[in-house]
Design a protein around this ligand. Structure first.
Ligand code: IMP
Length: 421
């Protein structure tokens, strides 16, 4: 049985915490796309842990963790993360399995990401994600399996570096890379990564046959999906639930539950359309109250009201079977709450979420205003004990999205979660 966890907005919905909460019931947690552009935060015994590549299931001793073929692997970030976890006393060796089909991020991917960003203005994280996926689809990417054969690695690297160095110098006027140094660095990384590499597709299928429970963890969010998001202001992979199948090598028929995560308001990092964005002091207040700063880059997140048009679209595209609503505690600190229920364009109500940026930039969101509860939720442990205004918000989300909200997060700590049957 596979449960897919997807971000239903523009990422940062709190996947780290929810995966951590669901991990006790799982045997395997498997990450299916993205790279070290993600930042999954877990607050555990008062300590904040940010993971960029390794699923937060690693914090549960009985869980095995997989980095799937759909991920682009940053050797530097991986080593740092393993070292951080081991320093904390977390056993990683023997519990972390990396797909030999995953592509590797190279130094030129990061340089090209920065160089292209100057021209494109997407607001990328600069982690080399886009250029690494470009190479994957151009069929010149270097996969983890290539690291295992020195001759193949050297050949591919030299070929790629000749092209990338010409591109960096002639098109972007950027510094060139030292071929020998990179070959030496990646051969050394090969020795480090060797013990983690396996055929994760077979590992997952064996687990499925044994009736084990797998949590497939996406990074970013559906509205940043390269196919279904606010293109071109998107990431270069498929965070939507279908990405779990291609990014892990599991069939759609194995998936029986798709949990969509949404904040009780909206945030976005980087550029691109954001119909319900708050530009003034209310947005700033939300940012401060919710500590809305990027977990990877530290950039201030753009903040705005909950957008049910976008969420409905996300439920549809992902096939979300249930929602988890996070940061209810933060929203309830505001003196007034608004929720967007539909868009208008030139007086006409739009029937669906627009696919193009100019339309999205020009829609007029229509809001309904709800009463705020303005009281702390930290001691609330059941839905019935929530303030009635918070219950009303949850019911509004269910009514508009057509799926139940089964999980509510009422604070950063592990235990601040309300489950609904
Ligand atoms: P990239 O994934 O670094 O190429 O960046 C593309 C877009 O996705 C930018 O707008 C980034 O800010 C955004 N992005 C990438 N990763 C995350 C994330 O984990 N949370 C939120 N936004 C992200």
């Amino acid at each position: 049985m596979v449960t897919v966890i997807v971000g239903a907005q523009w990422g940062d919905e709190g996947k780290g915490k929810i995966v951590d909460a669901l991990a006790p019931e799982a045997h395997i947690v498997a990450r299916y796309q993205g790279g070290a552009n993600a930042g999954h935060t877990v607050v555990c015994e008062g300590k904040t842990i940010v993971l960029h590549l390794i699923p937060s299931g690693i914090l549960h001793e009985h869980v095995q963790c997989v980095i799937g073929n759909g991920v682009v692997l940053d050797p530097v970030a991986l080593r740092q993360e393993i070292a951080m976890l081991e320093d904390m006393g977390v056993r990683v060796r023997g519990r972390l399995f990396i797909s030999h089909k995953a592509h590797v991020i190279m130094p030129y991917h990061k340089l090209l990401d920065h160089a292209r960003e100057q021209q494109q203005g997407i607001g990328t994280t600069g982690r080399g994600i886009g250029p690494a996926y470009i190479d994957k689809y151009s069929r010149v990417g270097i996969r983890v399996v290539d690291l295992l054969d020195r001759r193949v690695l050297e050949e591919k690297l030299r070929h790629n570096l000749a092209e990338k160095n010409a591109l960096l110098a002639k098109v972007y006027g950027a510094e060139q890379l030292d071929v020998e140094a990179i070959v030496a660095e990646y051969l050394e990384f090969d020795r480090f990564i060797d013990e983690f590499v396996t055929d994760t597709t077979t590992l997952l299928h064996t687990a499925l046959r044994e009736g084990k429970r797998i949590l497939a963890e996406g990074a970013q969010g559906a509205l940043l999906d390269v196919d279904h998001g606010t293109y071109p202001f998107v990431t270069s992979s498929n965070p939507t639930s279908g990405g779990a199948c291609t990014g892990l090598g599991i069939p759609p028929t194995a998936v029986d539950r798709i949990i969509g995560l949404a904040k009780a308001y909206s945030t976005r990092v980087g550029n691109g359309p954001f119909p319900t964005e708050l530009h003034g002091s209310e947005g700033e207040l939300l940012r401060q109250l919710g500590s809305e700063y990027g977990a990877t880059t530290g950039r201030p997140r753009r903040c705005g009201w909950l957008d049910l048009v976008a969420l409905r679209y996300s439920v549809m595209v992902n096939g979300i079977t249930e929602l988890a609503l996070t940061k209810l505690d933060v929203l309830g600190m505001l003196p007034r709450i608004k929720v967007c229920t539909r868009y208008r364009l030139g007086g006409t109500v739009l029937k669906s979420f627009p696919v193009d940026v100019p339309t999205l930039d020009n829609v007029e969101p229509e809001y309904i205003e709800l009463e705020s509860w303005q009281c702390p939720l930290e001691d609330v442990t059941s839905f019935d004990a929530l303030p009635r205004q918070a219950q009303a918000l949850v019911e509004l989300v269910e009514e508009h999205c057509g799926v139940p909200v089964r999980l509510l997060s009422t604070g950063a700590a592990r235990e601040q979660i309300i489950w609904r049957q």
